[in-house]
Design a protein around this ligand. Structure first.
Ligand code: MRU
Length: 365
């Protein structure tokens, strides 16, 4: 997407053809910084510490990290160790495992001399596929937004609530939950986005709000607790969120707090959609609550907040007593029964095994 006049993707090969440039998301919205990853450890650190984040983007970053390592040492031992290191960075988003398993499967049979080139080619293909998938999700989601707009008085905005950042910053480009929003905006459909701040790391306040402002989409930031109230008062026409892992039965794991939005949406008959790229489906799982590992992150993410002080410096401040411990589960699971529909690159599916199977018959045994 555009930042100022220039088109950016979140990740791309450095001019040296080996290292990888990423947008370092830790500093947004205050500073736009691009950094170069040129050590395996740096790729792992960038994922673990969320310089890059979002399920699709961490998959692509891991793929490039493995490719980079193959330029240094393409032995079987190095391949397995690098994949294991990258896999250990974050447990919940299945895209990471999907990308690494895909690369491992392709590289293992190759002679070491051919592994680096093959890995870079596949990493680039996964990145390009991500963009195409998101465009397709955008087209299918746009039809839903059109239908909602058509049922409203002429010129009235479609009010969309979103949680966390499932925008272009969470992918290579376009985003998943934001792709329909951007296409609707481009198509001239009046859109207004309620942006959940998404404590504790504030991906909504820092990233989604920055994206919306950058693309000129009307939006307002709300605290995470405001969504239910807005729904009760008819101020939300639909919810669209992303996902880090969705089971074959349609249970949706996404950023902590998503479940509460789904409950509120259900109670208020507000349609609740999940933008779901197929690499985020974990076909091996059928029980989201019992089977998806939920990442527990550092206490400091809860007890401190980062922001810009009046002098313009980025700073972190403590907001809770020193003696108070914090728990920080980073994701939750929304049961399929609360999901109105899954917007995939192949179209809209009900959140059921049969619904997903009808769109992806090749995944059924
Ligand atoms: O912890 P994060 O910021 O990586 O979590 C991101 C999310 O939960 C997104 O909603 C999800 O990855 C979908 S991104 C297209």
């Amino acid at each position: 997407m555009k930042v100022g006049d220039r088109h950016y993707t979140t990740i791309g090969l450095n001019a040296d053809g080996r290292a990888v440039d990423i947008i370092d998301q830790r500093w947004l919205p205050h500073e736009f910084r691009v950094v170069t990853l040129d050590r395996l450890d740096a790729f792992a650190q960038a994922i673990a510490e969320m310089w890059v984040r979002g399920a699709p983007l961490i998959g692509v970053t891991a793929a490039y990290g493995l490719a980079f390592r193959m330029t240094e040492d393409a032995s079987d031992t190095a391949l397995e160790a690098a994949a294991d290191l990258l896999q250990s960075t974050r447990p919940t988003a299945v895209n990471l495992r999907w990308a690494l398993d895909d690369l491992r499967g392709r590289l293992r049979p190759l002679p070491p001399a051919e592994r680096a080139a093959a890995a870079y080619a596949r990493a680039a293909a996964i990145a390009a596929e991500d963009v195409e998938i998101n465009r397709a999700i955008g087209r299918h989601g746009l039809e839903i937004i059109r239908r909602i707009a058509a049922a409203k008085p002429a010129g009235a905005p479609v009010n969309i609530l979103t949680h966390c950042n499932a925008g272009w910053l969470a992918t290579v480009d376009y985003g998943t939950a934001t792709a329909p929003i951007y296409l609707a905006h481009e198509a001239g459909i009046p859109i207004h986005v309620w942006v959940d701040e998404t404590r504790p790391r504030n991906q909504g306040a820092q990233l989604t709000a920055w994206e919306m402002a950058g693309q000129g989409v009307s939006h307002r930031l709300i605290v995470d607790n405001a969504g239910g109230h807005l729904m009760q008062h008819g101020q939300v026409d639909m919810v669209i969120v992303g996902t880090d892992r969705t089971t074959a039965t349609g249970d949706v794991c996404n950023k902590i707090g998503t479940y509460l939005k789904a409950l509120a949406a259900h109670d208020n008959q507000v349609p609740f959609y999940v933008a779901l790229p197929s690499p985020t489906i974990d076909w091996s799982l059928s029980d989201g609550l019992g089977e998806i590992p939920i990442e527990e992150r550092a206490e400091a993410e809860v007890s401190e907040v980062q922001g810009r002080d009046p002098a313009g410096a980025l700073t972190r401040v403590r907001i809770s007593p020193e003696a108070t411990p914090a728990a920080n589960p980073a994701f939750d699971v929304t049961p399929a029964r609360l999901v109105t529909g899954l917007i995939t690159e192949r179209g809209l599916a009900p959140a059921t095994r049969a619904g997903l199977a009808s769109l992806f018959p090749e995944r059924q045994c």
